[in-house]
Design a protein around this ligand. Structure first.
Ligand code: FAD
Length: 478
């Protein structure tokens, strides 16, 4: 791979316009990290407006052989949008138009730089609903959501981003403009190339437009917070919903360490002795929701919930969700370094996972606050390190590895929504067979023979595991 020369900067500026190319130090630093907070410096940030400009940039990158890393909102947790091999960051900030919201056809057409939040607001205004709801909805972009197959609490009932993509326009790494998929809910016409781009982590193409499926906005919803004396009862309650005849929108779990982290951070009156709590939400037609709320009550009673708080109105529902939103900052304060994981396991096996985590905590002494989307088995297991000592890092990394091994043994996998990026690349072979990885590499090679789009991710482990997630203090791009 080559460095970005002055001549290349001129040629890039000729494509996007001088004002949309920068090498200013502050901008380079800001665009050279994501939520992992590790800086790998871009040589320039380029902000195209159209698919044609992106095609021209990628053709130039293939000719001159420099890396291109696509960036959405830059709040990924795995370093996916970070230019680990240098080159340019291709920012999608300017591609931020909501092109269409179509009530009759239940779809929206958007550019990749629209935030999840803006899309949700726009469709809500006309009585429609876009369910995927990552907690980063105000910052993360639809392009990033698609490239990582983002999820959120509501995915239990509605599914992840991939269930909502009807069609995608994208530019291949070699600069071809492709239109894949349709505006119809059904489509059996050729290979589903749009599906190939979902979860592709910015490695198979640059998404330039998305046609997204919408659903009618549910008429009503009911939210409840249930406290359990032990995590086992809470997990049994989650698994037992399968036989309850209803599918809640959300089934979120917080373990005891997480509950105490919240009480230490901003007390909300949660009982510190509780083993776990569940946030359960149902939605639909008003009459259906009343009936489903009664079933939720019954399920909580059956599984020995010691308290059940049911929201009586929207503001009480919001205060229940506020508890969940405090989780990330609250947990961050329980250690010096947070190694954040989002392993996913079949929900029937969550009790075994939690037992394993208790053993691991006893053995290592590390706090492992665990919370997340129990309804779809996607647990945010945080390995908290008390200091930055080399020995502690090694212990943290070994603990992360053991968590992944156990997740796979239980029938799960490494990530439910955050992706692999470079942060989890050292663990890929725990979840995928050599033959599976080889097929993925061949697909990448076919679309990107010169390896210019987002190199250093998923298949490679360019950062040793014990360096991943450790903030490099005072790093900036000069
Ligand atoms: C506080 C916090 C809470 C979070 N909660 C959740 C959650 O509940 N659920 C969840 O799923 N995630 C969550 N995340 C992780 C993250 O925000 C999401 O994964 C989100 O989808 C990332 O979107 P982004 O626009 O920031 O992508 P970026 O970080 O900018 O990029 C992510 C990847 O997508 C690629 N990409 C971006 N745009 C394009 C494009 N147009 N074409 C092709 N590839 C592209 C990048 O190259 C990179 O590989 C959370 C993060 C934080 C910091």
């Amino acid at each position: 791979m080559n460095k970005i020369t002055t001549d290349l900067l001129d040629r890039l500026a000729a494509i996007v316009g001088t004002e949309y190319l920068t090498t200013a130090r502050e901008r380079l630093t800001a665009y050279s990290q994501d939520a992992l907070k590790q800086v790998f410096c871009a040589e320039a940030v380029v902000s195209p407006r159209t698919a044609e400009e992106i095609a021209a940039i990628l053709k130039l990158a293939n000719d001159a052989l420099f890396p291109v890393t696509v960036r959405g909102g830059g709040v990924g947790y795995t370093g996916g949008a970070v230019p680990i091999r240098g080159g340019i960051v291709l920012a999608t900030d300017r591609m931020n138009q909501i092109i269409e919201v179509n009530q009759a056809d239940l779809l929206a057409v958007v550019e990749p730089g629209v935030t999840n939040y803006r899309l949700q607001q726009a469709v809500d205004e006309v009585g429609l609903f876009y369910p995927p709801d990552p907690a980063s909805w105000k910052e993360s972009y639809i392009g990033g959501n698609i490239a990582l197959n983002a999820g959120g609490p509501r995915c239990v009932k509605y599914g992840n981003t991939k269930q909502f993509v009807l069609g995608l326009d994208f530019v291949t790494p070699t600069g071809e403009i492709i239109r894949a998929g349709t505006r119809t809910p059904k489509n059996a016409t050729g290979f589903h190339l749009e599906s190939l781009l979902i979860g592709s982590e910015g490695m198979l193409g640059v998404i330039t437009r998305a046609t997204l499926r919408l659903v009618p906005r549910p008429e009503a919803r009911r939210t409840a917070l249930a406290i359990f004396a032990n995590a086992r009862d809470a997990c049994r309650c989650v698994a037992d919903f399968s036989s309850s005849g209803i599918l809640p929108v959300a089934l979120e779990l917080l373990d005891r360490t997480s509950i105490n982290a919240i009480e230490d951070f901003q007390p909300t009156g949660l009982p510190r002795h509780a083993g776990a709590l569940l946030i359960i939400e149902v939605d639909g037609l008003r009459e259906t929701v009343e009936r489903e709320a009664a079933i939720v009550r019954e399920m909580c009673r059956k599984h020995q919930a010691i308290q059940l708080r049911e929201a009586q109105d929207e503001s009480e529902a919001a205060s229940i969700w506020e508890v969940r939103r405090k989780m990330s900052p609250a947990v961050a304060r329980t250690g010096v370094i947070k190694l954040n994981q989002d392993a996913v396991i079949p929900r029937s096996r969550i009790p075994e996972m939690l037992e394993f985590l208790e053993e691991l905590h006893r053995e290592t002494g590390l706090l492992l606050p665990t919370f997340g989307h129990a309804g779809d088995g996607n647990l945010h297991i945080n390995v908290m390190l008390p200091d930055r000592e080399e020995q502690t890092r090694q212990l943290g990394v070994a603990t992360v590895r053991r968590i992944f091994v156990r997740a796979v043994e239980l029938g799960g996998t490494l990530s439910g929504e955050h992706g692999i990026g470079y942060a989890k690349a050292p663990y890929l072979e725990l979840a995928l067979s050599p033959a599976t990885i080889e097929v993925m590499k061949q697909i990448k090679l076919t679309l990107d023979p010169r390896g210019i789009l987002n190199p250093g991710k998923v298949f490679e482990a360019p950062v040793p595991a014990h360096e991943v997630g450790f903030v490099q203090a005072d790093q900036s791009c000069c």
